[in-house]
Design a protein around this ligand. Structure first.
Ligand code: C2E
Ligand code: MG
Ligand code: MG
Length: 632
C-alpha cells in the first residue's frame, strides 16, 4: 500500500504540469504534439498503475475480470508510453522526416508483438495471469521489458548518430539523460516486485524534457507573445517535409530610427499591440516575431498575400496606441512563394530577411518576392564570414594606405589605413562587405587591434618623414566602443611599437554619436592616454553642431556624398558647414575627390585636406612607400 500512496503525489504533480503546459501557446510541430501525447498517456498509465496495483494488493476486492481488464490496459499503455518516448527522441533529431514508411513499420514490430502478448494473456497467461493469489507474472513478461529497453536503445542510438540535429551539448546531454531516466525506472521494476516507481522516473523524464526542450521561454518572444525566431526555424524545418507553404512577412520601416524617436518602452508596447492584433485578426496564420520590427508568418500555399498586404497597410494608417504615445508606423512586405525551393532553413529565413531589407528601402506598399539574388546575398554573407574568421584567426588582414593631401601646398601629409581581406583564391573582399559582418559577430575588436598593430609596425619600420607623412588615420568602428578597456588595449599597442600617440589619429563615424554618453566616456579615457580623434563621413549620421562641440575632434571629414552632390550642383549648405566647422576650430577634410575640378572646388571652400582617387587609390604598404618616398 505504501507504494500506492507514494504514487499519488507524482500523479497530482503530473496533472498540474499538464494544466500548465496547456495554458501556454505551443508551436504546432511534431515534437510538441508527441510531448502532449506522452503527457496524456503518462497520466492514464499512472492512473491504471495505481488502480491495477490496488487491485493486486487488495485482491479479490475488484474481482478477476476487472483485475484482468485493469492490468491489460495498464500494460498496453505502459508499452505505448515507451514507444512515444522513442518517437519523441526520434522527432528531436528530425529522424521522422527522413524515415521511410517501411522502416517506421519495422520499428513498430516490437510493440505490435508485445501488444499481441498482452492481449492474449487473459487466455494464455503469457505475460501475466490472475490466479487465486491475485496478479502472477507470466513466462513471457520479460518480452515487455525487452520491448521497453529496445525503444530506449534505439532512441539513444538515434540521438548519438544524429546529434548534429540537436542544438549543442546541452540538448544532446538532456536527450541522453531523459532516456537514461526511463531506463533506470525500467531496470528498477525489472529487479523488484510490482512497483509504481517507474512512473516517478517517467515523470522526472517528462520534467527534464520540459526544461530542456519544451520550455515556452525558448520559443515565445516575451514582448509580443508571438513565437520567436527559433520557433520559426523549427516550424519551417518541419513544414519543408510536409507541404507547400507561403512565407509572408513585413517589417516596420526605419525600425531603429522610430525606436529612437518614440523610445524603447513605447516601441516595445507597440510591438506587443501589433502581435496581439495579428493573433486576433489572423488566427489561422502562425506569426513569428523576428527581431528589429520583423514579423514573419508561415501560411498555407493558397493564402492571398496581396489581400493581406492591403489589410495590413489599411491598419497601419491608424496609430498604435501605446501607454504614453500614439505610434505611427509604416511597413514593407516580402514573401517567399511556395515554388521557390531553398536548400536549408537558415537560407530560407535569411533570404526572407534580405528581401524584407530590400522592400524597406523601396516604395511603400510593395511586396518584395524572394529572388535568386536574396539567396545569393546570404550565401555570400556566409562565405565572407568564413574568410573573415580565418583572416582574424591567422592575422592575415592587409592594410592599404590612401594618401591625404594638404590643400596649402598640395603635398601628401597623412594617409588613411584601410583594411583589406582576401579569400582563398586571393580575391579581395571589400570592407563594405566584411566590416558590418565583423561588427555583428564581434570579431571587429580583434580585427581592429590587428589593423592598428600593422599600421604601427609600418610606421616603426619606415620613417614617416621619409615618405612625407605626419600621421596616419586608423578607422575605429563604433562597435569597438562597447569594449570597456579599449583605451588600455590600444594604448598597449602604441607603446609596444614605441610610437608617439600623435602619429595615429582615430577615425570614428557618426553612428558612434548615437550613444553620446558611451562615446564621451570612451573618447575621454582614450584622449587621456594621448589619442586624437577625427570625425569620419560627416553628413551620413545624426550629429549636430552642439553634439560636435562636446567631442574632442581635431578634424572633420566630409562624406563623399556631400562633396559629390556639391560638385554636381553647388549649394549653400556645404560652404556654410565648412565655415562653421572652421570657426569652431576644426580642420576639414573632403573625401572622395575624383577629379581636378572637385579638388579645386573644395580648396575654394576652404578645406584643409583632400582625399580621393584623384590623388591615389588606397595601395598596399610597400607600394605606398615606393610611390611616396620620391615625393617626400
Ligand atoms: P571610410 O573610412 O570613409 O574610407 C574611405 C573609403 O572611401 C574607402 O573605401 C576608400 O577606398 C574610398 N574612397 C576614397 N577615395 C575615393 C574616391 O575618390 N572615390 C570613391 N568612390 N571612393 C573613394 P573602402 O576602403 O572600401 O572602405 C570603406 C569603408 O569601410 C571605410 O570608409 C570605413 O568605414 C570602413 N573601413 C575600411 N577599413 C576599415 C578598418 O580598418 N576599420 C574599420 N572599422 N572600418 C574600416
Ligand atoms: Mg575612414
Ligand atoms: Mg570616410
Amino acid at each position: 500500500m505504501t507504494s500506492i500512496s507514494a504514487a499519488i503525489p507524482s500523479f497530482i504533480i503530473l496533472i498540474m504540469f499538464l494544466a500548465c503546459f496547456f495554458s501556454v501557446p505551443r508551436i504546432p510541430i511534431l515534437t510538441n504534439r508527441i510531448y502532449i501525447r506522452i503527457l496524456i498517456c503518462d497520466l492514464a498509465t499512472s492512473a491504471l498503475n495505481i488502480l491495477s496495483s490496488d487491485a493486486h494488493y487488495s485482491f479479490p476486492k475488484y474481482g478477476v475480470p476487472l483485475t484482468y481488464a485493469l492490468n491489460t490496459a495498464f500494460f498496453l499503455l505502459l508499452l505505448l508510453r515507451s514507444y512515444l518516448f522513442f518517437a519523441y527522441s526520434a522527432s528531436l533529431v528530425n529522424l521522422n522526416h527522413y524515415n521511410s514508411k517501411q522502416s517506421a513499420w519495422v520499428l513498430r514490430i516490437p510493440i505490435i508483438i508485445s501488444y499481441v502478448m498482452v492481449l492474449s494473456s487473459p487466455f494464455t497467461g503469457a505475460c501475466f495471469s490472475i490466479t487465486g493469489k491475485g496478479f502472477v507474472k507470466g513466462r513471457f513478461m520479460y518480452i515487455l521489458f525487452a520491448c521497453i529497453f529496445f525503444y530506449i536503445a534505439v532512441s539513444l542510438l538515434a540521438i548519438v548518430i544524429h546529434k548534429s540535429n540537436l542544438n549543442g551539448k546541452r540538448e544532446f546531454l538532456s536527450a541522453i539523460a531523459f532516456n537514461i531516466l526511463i531506463f533506470a525506472g525500467g531496470i528498477y521494476v525489472l529487479f523488484n516486485q510490482r512497483s509504481l516507481i517507474i512512473d516517478s522516473f517517467c515523470l522526472m523524464a517528462l520534467m527534464l524534457i520540459y526544461i530542456a526542450f519544451e520550455n515556452p521561454d525558448f520559443y515565445i518572444e516575451k514582448r509580443t507573445g508571438l513565437f520567436n525566431s527559433s520557433a520559426l526555424s523549427d516550424y519551417i524545418q518541419e513544414m519543408r517535409y510536409k507541404k507547400q507553404f507561403l512565407i509572408f512577412s513585413f517589417v516596420i520601416k526605419n525600425y531603429q530610427d522610430v525606436r529612437e524617436i518614440y523610445g524603447v518602452n513605447n516601441m516595445d508596447s507597440g510591438i506587443r499591440l501589433i502581435g496581439q492584433y495579428l493573433k486576433s485578426t489572423y488566427p489561422e496564420i502562425t506569426f513569428f516575431y523576428f527581431k528589429e520590427g520583423r514579423f514573419i508568418s508561415v501560411a498555407s500555399a493558397d493564402t492571398d498575400a496581396n489581400t493581406l498586404c492591403d489589410e495590413l497597410i489599411e491598419r497601419f494608417t491608424k496609430p498604435w496606441i501605446a501607454k504614453e504615445t500614439e505610434l505611427y508606423l509604416t511597413i514593407a512586405f516580402a514573401k517567399l512563394t511556395p515554388e521557390t525551393e531553398i536548400k536549408s532553413v537558415d537560407l530560407t529565413i535569411s533570404s526572407v530577411i534580405t528581401a524584407l531589407n530590400r522592400a524597406a528601402k523601396a516604395e511603400d506598399g510593395i511586396c518584395a518576392v524572394v529572388c535568386e539574388n536574396d539567396i545569393r546575398e546570404y550565401v555570400k554573407e556566409i562565405y565572407v564570414k568564413k574568410v573573415l574568421e580565418i583572416t582574424v584567426e591567422e592575422n592575415l588582414v592587409e592594410v592599404f594606405l590612401q594618401p591625404i593631401v594638404e590643400t596649402r601646398n598640395l603635398r601628401v601629409i597623412g594617409a588613411e589605413a584601410l583594411a583589406r581581406i582576401r579569400d582563398r583564391e586571393g580575391k579581395f573582399i571589400s570592407p563594405g562587405d566584411f566590416i558590418p559582418i565583423a561588427e555583428k559577430n564581434g570579431c571587429i575588436n580583434t580585427l581592429g587591434e590587428q589593423i592598428l598593430d600593422k599600421t604601427c609596425k609600418f610606421i616603426k619600420e619606415n620613417s614617416l618623414d621619409s615618405i612625407g607623412l605626419s600621421w596616419i588615420n586608423v578607422n575605429l568602428s563604433p562597435m569597438q566602443f562597447f569594449v570597456t578597456d579599449i583605451a588600455n588595449s590600444y594604448d598597449e599597442i602604441i607603446k609596444r611599437n614605441g610610437l608617439d600617440f600623435n602619429i595615429i589619429h582615430l577615425e570614428i563615424t557618426e553612428e558612434a554619436m548615437v550613444s553620446q554618453s558611451l562615446l564621451m566616456k570612451q573618447m575621454d579615457s582614450m584622449q587621456k592616454k594621448g589619442f586624437q580623434f577625427v570625425l569620419d563621413d560627416y553628413g551620413t549620421g545624426y550629429s549636430n553642431l552642439t553634439r560636435l562641440q562636446k567631442c574632442p575632434f581635431i578634424n572633420i571629414k566630409i562624406d563623399m556624398g556631400l562633396v559629390w552632390s556639391y560638385c554636381k550642383e553647388p549649394n549653400l549648405l556645404l560652404p556654410s558647414m565648412i565655415t562653421s566647422f572652421k570657426s569652431m576650430g576644426f580642420s576639414v577634410t573632403a573625401e572622395g575627390i575624383e577629379t581636378k575640378e572637385m579638388a579645386e572646388a573644395m580648396i575654394n571652400l576652404g578645406c584643409d585636406y583632400l582625399q580621393g582617387n584623384f590623388f591615389s587609390r588606397p595601395m598596399p604598404m610597400p607600394e605606398f612607400t615606393r610611390a611616396f618616398a620620391m615625393f617626400a
